[in-house]
Structures are given as structure tokens and as C-alpha cells.
Design a protein around this ligand. Structure first.
Ligand code: ZN
Length: 137
């Protein structure tokens, strides 16, 4: 049993539970299995504004990225375009815990490569999905 994994999953469940109660106070304590917490969160927040549902989905998606990276699969980063330049040249820099853009022209004012937190990649990803879903209806 890897304690790091247990702690990470526990922290992930706590975050979802906390976020759900913050947006839907009636949700109460989560007492179910860890693997069911996303269902629980969606059930208790399904009535909320689209924006709040997107925030929930962005957390769930970000946790998926975190789990994949913790399991050694950093290729999940490459599926996301750089939020600044749009290229698919992001790679994971483990020590900084950020995605780095490989594009030489994609830098900040001091010439340092732009880097992104998983949170930002997840928010952009969910926002794109939302835009697609809205166009489809
Ligand atoms: Zn870039």
C-alpha cells in the first residue's frame, strides 16, 4: 500500500467535498466511498449555474491530471494547447509542478518560458468543452 497515494486520494476527496458544500450547503457530509465522490458532487450541484458546474468539472478534471501525473503519465499534459500561444508543445516540469511551453517565442516579459498550473489547463479544457456543448444544442 502506497501511503502517498492514499493521502493524495484523501486530499482529492476532501477538496471535492469541501467545494461541493461551499457551493451547495445542503449537500452535507460525504460519507460514501472515495470513488463515488464525483457522482455525489454532481448530484448535489446539478441545479447550479453553468459557471459553477464548470468550476466543479474543472476540479474533477484537474484531479484526473494530477492522478495521471502522480502515476507517472505526464503525457496527459500534451493534450492541452498552451493557454498563451495555442501550440501543443507543453511538457511537464515536475520540480516546478507546472506545464512549460516549448515555443521559444512564448515567454514572459523577461524572456522566461511561460508555465501553467494544472488548474489553468483544466479550466481552459472545461471551458472549451462547454463552448462545444453549447454550440451543439
Ligand atoms: Zn505557449
Amino acid at each position: 500500500m502506497n501511503l502517498g497515494v492514499v493521502d493524495r486520494i484523501r486530499a482529492a476527496v476532501y477538496e471535492v467535498e469541501h467545494h461541493t458544500r461551499a457551493t451547495a450547503p445542503g449537500a452535507g457530509q460525504y460519507t460514501g466511498e472515495e470513488s463515488r465522490v464525483y457522482d455525489w458532487a454532481r448530484r448535489h450541484t446539478a441545479h447550479l449555474e453553468a459557471e459553477q458546474q464548470q468550476a466543479r468539472e474543472a476540479i474533477i478534471y484537474r484531479q484526473g491530471l494530477e492522478h495521471a501525473i502522480a502515476a507517472g503519465d505526464t503525457t496527459v499534459i500534451r493534450r492541452h494547447p498552451c493557454p498563451q500561444c495555442g501550440c501543443y508543445g507543453l511538457y511537464w516540469r515536475a520540480e516546478a509542478r507546472r506545464a512549460v511551453c516549448v515555443n521559444h517565442y512564448c515567454t514572459d516579459d523577461t524572456g522566461v518560458s511561460n508555465t501553467w498550473e494544472l488548474k489553468r489547463l483544466a479550466q481552459d479544457h472545461i471551458a472549451r468543452q462547454g463552448a462545444v456543448a453549447r454550440r451543439a444544442t
